[in-house]
Design a protein around this ligand. Structure first.
Ligand code: GTP
Ligand code: MG
Length: 194
């Protein structure tokens, strides 16, 4: 899809605030600081549509973006950030689980993992949650620009193995810096939101 219009809609803290017009939706999840907001901006070709930051825990609400008046993208709070108080973590855990498990219009979840490191237990928990919710999932390995050529294939293999993915499961190497991965992600998004 060629992005002609991208608009921030709402920072939702409660399901009552979610858009209810039935448009197909794509969510972006992953650890705190993995690059969700950056990936969203790259897909939308906007520099600061979704707020990015060097400080983990920046995104604290479910942020909805209207793309071309046709689909929604949602930027979710990152998980696994140690400094967030336990009560806040538990609250967000419940909100996100409910969102991912019950949002009827959700067509795809793009699950971001850091290409530099093996996926963590928290990443595996998220994968299991998505599995239970039966939402189609696409893995994006972010910050791929930070890897040497020689590390690329090895790290992607480790990610595949740690997440227990099949040989043919799609993992998209992604960089918000170079733009690598933008097209392949759009191809999947287009296919599921038709
Ligand atoms: P939270 O909202 O806190 O969960 O973070 P997030 O997952 O939205 O991450 P965000 O997009 O804010 O990026 C975190 C940091 O990583 C920022 O300093 C980004 O500039 C940097 N970053 C994100 N993506 C990339 C990438 O592909 N390559 C490089 N080199 N840096 C990146
Ligand atoms: Mg963010």
């Amino acid at each position: 899809m060629k992005v002609t219009e991208a608009k921030f809609v709402i920072s939702a803290v409660h399901p009552d605030q979610f858009p209810q017009d039935g448009r197909p939706e794509v969510a972006f999840v992953g650890r705190s600081n993995v690059g969700k907001s950056s990936l969203l901006n790259a897909l939308l070709q906007r520099k600061r549509m979704a707020k990015t930051s060097g400080t983990p825990g920046k995104t604290q609400t479910i942020n909805f973006f209207d793309v071309n008046g046709a689909i929604y993208f949602t930027d979710l709070p990152g998980y696994g950030y140690a400094k967030v108080p336990k009560k806040v973590k538990e609250h967000w855990g419940r909100v996100m689980t409910a969102y991912l498990a019950t949002r009827k219009t959700l067509r795809l979840v793009v699950h971001l993992v850091d290409a530099r490191h093996p996926p963590t237990d928290k990443d595996l928990d998220m994968l299991a949650l998505l599995d239970r919710a039966e939402v189609p999932t696409l893995i994006a390995a972010t910050k791929i620009d930070k890897l040497k050529r020689s590390e690329r294939a090895r790290n992607l293999r480790t990610i595949r193995k740690t997440l227990g993915l099949d040989e043919d499961a799609l993992i998209i190497p992604f960089s918000a810096v170079s733009g690598e991965g933008v097209r392949p992600i759009w191809q999947v998004v287009d296919a599921v939101t038709k």
